[in-house]
Structure formats: C-alpha cells, structure tokens
Ligand binder design. Structure first.
Ligand code: GDP
Length: 528
C-alpha cells in the first residue's frame, strides 16, 4: 500500500471514530421533536437548511423539518440531522413520527449504531416504544434511556427503573439521578462523580438550561427532604449493582439512564455528553460473504430508505445511503452490488427538510441522499474497489391487507406506475392475487397508516383516485408452490405473490386459523 493510501485509511478511521449515529425511539407525544430541537440547540448544525437560506437561527432548521410534516399531514421525511458537538459529528436519523408503525421506521434502525429510548415520565413504556425497542433488541442496538418530562408530575424514578427491568429485561444503570420527584425537578446527581448539578429552565425556556454545580453539603441544606430521598435511592441503586457497565451496554443487555425535560433543555447536555463518551462509533459491518467490512476499508454503504417526490420543487427520487466504510466523495463512481453497474454520485446531497445542501465528502456513520437514484432499491449496497454486499434489510410481516382499485380507466397507466413507485420505496408491499387479477392489486402493510400514505400519494402525485377495500386478514406466512396447491383446498386462506421478490405469501384471518391449517398438513411450508 502506498503512503497516501495508508494515510487516508488512518484518516477514515479517525473520522469514523468521531461519528455517533443514532435514532430516537419513542411513543408519539413523548417529546421526540422537542428533544431534536433541544439537541440542536447545543450543536453547530452542519448540513442545515438555515445555512442554505441564510436563516442563521437553528430553530428555523428544525421547524423546516416539521413544517414539512405538517404540510403533508404525516411524517414523510427521514433525513438525518447532522451536527457537531465537542469534537464529535452526530447524525440523528429521523424516525417517522406518526402514531403508527411502518417498515420505514424499522428500516431506519438498520442504519444506526445506537438508539435513545425516550420515555414520558408519566407514562413509562408505551406500545410503540416497546415495538421499536424489540427491533433494537433483535439487532442488538445499544440503547440509552432518557426519562423525559421530569418537570411535570409523573411516576416514581425507582418504579420507572423497575418497569424497564421487568417489562423489557434490560438492566437500567442510571448515570444521573434526579433530586426532586417528577414535577419538582431541582437537578441531577452524576452517579459516577457524585457531583450535583442544579438545573433551571432559562427564562422563556427556549434556550439552554441554566446549570450550576453545587457541593453535596450545600445541596443537602437547600433541598432537605428531596436530597435525602435521592441519597437513599442512590444507596439502593448501588446495592442492586445498577452501575454502568460499558460491555453490557454495548451488548444491549443494560441501558444507561438519564433524567430531564427536553422542553426546558434540562438534562440534554448530559445526554449529548453520554452519546459522545459512551455510545458506539461505527464499527465493522457483517457482509453476506460472512466477513466484516472494516470502517477504514474501501468505500461502501447501503440504501435504507427511498423517497420520491419529496417536494414539488424537486420531483425526483432520493435514495438515502448509510456509509459503512471508507471515505465518500461527491462525484465518485461507485458500483451497485446488485447489478454490478456503475453509479455516478454527482448529485449526492445532504437532505434536511426541503432544503438541500450539496455534500462533498462523508464518512462511516454519515447519511447521504442520492438524487435521481431510480436504479437503486432498498437494501442495495454500493461500493468502490473489492466487491462488498450487505445483507438485505429485514422485511416485516404485514398485518394489514387491502385491495386497491381505480374506477377511472383512463388513469390506469398512472395507477400502475404509482403502485410500482410505492412498492419500490417500500411504502407498502404489493401483492398479486390470481383470483383478483392485475387491475386489483393487494396492498400489504405493517401499519394501517401506510394505506393512508399510499392513497394520498396516488392521488396527489399520480392524479389517481383510488378505492381501498380492507381484507379480513391479519397474518401472513411464506409458503411455496406445493403449499399453494394444498391451500387452494382450504377456506379462509389465500395465497398471493409478493411483486417485490416473487415470494408466495399465504394470508390468514387469525393466527389460530393458520395453526389449524398447519396442523392438518404436516408437510405444508409456512414461515411466519
Ligand atoms: P413527539 O410526538 O414525540 O415528537 O412529541 P413532541 O416533541 O411533539 O412533544 C409532545 C408534547 O409534549 C408537546 O406539547 C411538548 O411541548 C411536550 N413536551 C415535550 N417534552 C417535554 C418536557 O420535557 N416537559 C413537558 N412538560 N412537556 C414536554
């Protein structure tokens, strides 16, 4: 290897080491958007909309993102907010924020190195948090827990620790501990240093919190009973061995816990510090060949999200790629692993809301939007040099099914194109049913909101009004040609072909129906 190649490999390793790429997992209303803004307040936003439009103020950046959500009525952006904090580059990947689960949200979690689980102090673990956490667990993503809204009445801190341990089996290891119950928040004790930081909302609350370190003696005098309670709780935590263990955190068996209130920026600086100090930087990624691609290898990345027609000013398709190894340079010609064809990246951009910023270079952990990327699909690998291929992204079993039709025969071509587009982006899975025919494809989704997105976009972007009829199915399982023949003789089951990969899916109204049929045919292949 030449000197310069060696030097640049070292440069890549350093750059990768500076990256923290994460997503927030939470239930709607727990405060994810508020937290995003609160984080951005501390940081120098790098690829931001404000810079492009000369808006200067960071608040404008975040609200651009949200304005777009409002305008579309749903959260459709899934860009990464990139900012620098201390000497670290932080990539916060947006998970769609609506009250629904979609494959989209799950896929974002394939592109992060850690997650922040944001809990509302008054609600604890809520359904969507649990679902998202389950994905983190399966993928062994280290999780940091932030107990939010401590400025308002809520559960008892120890009870919340218990809930985390009992319900999801993750050992909570608080790094900070609140002085004052939820609703009477005075500040936190750093369990590792013992230092108490008094926290106060800045006047108006729109700025960084006012923080002041205090000695234990001063705090004890000032906060009396609240201080004593916190001290007792700390003793209890110590006795139960709830101390941070970096190996357990990285193995996703324990979770560091922090307390705060995003709305007043309380505890947010502490969260950023923990991300920098403890959250993992990008590491070598497993490939289908069974080897690990080191971060300082030649360039590689994979597409985890496709988005078309992000706004009217730019009618095109953007593929979001997470960089896994090497240095990315705009204009670089990379190889598309699926087809072996070259792909030119001259339109590589950092995307943030509606604004775009041309990006010149990026490193492992960063997200790059590739514009006009119609040749790329979800899960596709791109690389330079020696071939690399990352495993396909997990596809989640759909639980909602509906037939979609248009009565406008003159719009049929657009209808077809629209359906193909939504399938390609992974908004819905499209199934072909022999008995229903080509004019009536079946849409399958993980969450029902995906249907709303699909019909809205067919109308808004393709000018096709459609009718959607929900089908009484809730469970899908993979089968094969022999299975299809067997199932033809059974009632309350249908076999359809998934257009994306020609997989045969058997759909059932309930799990018990699937079990009954499976019990009758021991040779039947059914993979749920
Ligand atoms: P998201 O749905 O998770 O993005 O939640 P939002 O960030 O939109 O917050 C939902 C509501 O909770 C909003 O009214 C916020 O102002 C409020 N909220 C968020 N964080 C806090 C907090 O720390 N304390 C209090 N009191 N309210 C908060």
């Amino acid at each position: 290897m030449s000197q310069s190649v060696l030097a640049s490999a070292a440069g890549v390793a350093v750059q990768a080491g500076r990256r923290r790429t994460f997503a927030v997992i939470s239930h709607p209303d727990a405060g994810k958007s508020t937290m995003t803004e609160a984080l951005a307040l501390h940081a120098r936003v790098i690829g931001q909309a404000g810079a492009v439009h000369g808006k200067g103020d960071r608040r404008g950046v975040v609200s651009d993102w949200m304005a777009m959500e409002q305008q579309r009525g749903i959260s459709v952006t899934s860009a990464a907010l990139q900012f620098s904090y201390r000497d670290t580059v932080i990539n916060l990947l947006d998970t769609p924020g609506h009250a629904d689960f979609s494959e989209d949200t799950y896929r974002v979690l394939t592109a992060v190195d850690s997650a922040v689980m944001l809990l509302d102090a008054a609600k604890g673990l809520e359904p969507q948090t649990l679902k998202l956490f389950e994905v983190c667990r399966q993928r062994r993503i280290p999780v940091i827990t932030f107990i939010n809204k401590w400025d308002r009445p809520g559960h008892d801190a120890l009870a919340l620790m218990d809930e985390i341990e009992q319900r999801i089996g993750l050992k909570p290891t608080p790094l900070t501990w609140p002085v004052g119950i939820a609703g009477q928040f005075h500040g936190v004790i750093d369990r590792r240093t013992g230092v108490f930081t008094r926290m106060q909302r800045s006047p108006g609350g729109a700025d960084l919190a006012i923080e002041e370190e205090m000695s234990a003696a001063d705090a004890a005098e000032r906060y009396g009973a609240d201080w004593d309670t916190a001290s007792e709780e700390l003793d209890l935590l110590e006795m139960t061995g709830a101390d941070h263990d970096q190996a357990a955190f990285l193995a996703a068996t324990s979770t560091p816990v922090l307390f705060g209130a995003a709305v007043a920026n309380l505890g947010v600086r502490q969260l950023l510090n923990i991300l920098v100090e403890l959250a993992p930087a990008p590491t070598a990624q497993p490939t289908v060949a069974g080897t690990d691609q080191p971060v300082d290898g030649t360039f590689s990345g994979f597409v985890f999200k496709i988005q078309a027609n992000m706004n009217r000013a730019h009618r095109d398709q953007v593929a979001f790629m997470r960089i896994c190894s090497g240095r990315f340079e705009r204009g670089m010609v990379v190889t598309h692993a699926g087809t072996g064809k070259p792909f030119a990246t001259k339109y590589a951009q950092q995307m943030f809301g509606q604004a775009r910023d041309t990006i010149d270079e990026a490193y492992p952990g960063d997200v790059v939007g590739l514009v006009n990327a119609t040749a790329l699909g979800i899960g596709d690998t791109l690389y330079v040099g020696a071939p690399v291929q990352y495993p396909p992204l997990p596809s989640f079993p759909p639980e909602h099914f509906a037939v979609v039709r248009t009565s406008d025969t003159s719009a049929f071509k657009r209808f077809r194109r629209g359906i193909e587009q939504l399938d390609g982006e992974g908004v819905v899975q499209v199934l072909r049913s022999e008995q229903r025919g080509d004019q009536a494809p079946v849409l399958a989704a993980v969450g029902p909101m995906q249907f709303e997105v699909a019909t809205h976009r067919l109308e808004a972007e393709f000018g096709v009004r459609v009718q959607l009829d929900h089908l009484p199915y809730e469970v899908a399982a993979r089968t094969d040609a022999a299975g299809r023949e067997i199932l033809k003789k059974e009632s309350n089951v249908e076999v359809m072909t998934r257009v994306r990969d020609d997989a045969l899916l058997a759909v059932f109204p309930h799990r018990w129906r699937m079990r009954t049929i499976a019990g009758r045919h021991p040779d039947l292949r059914l993979d749920a």
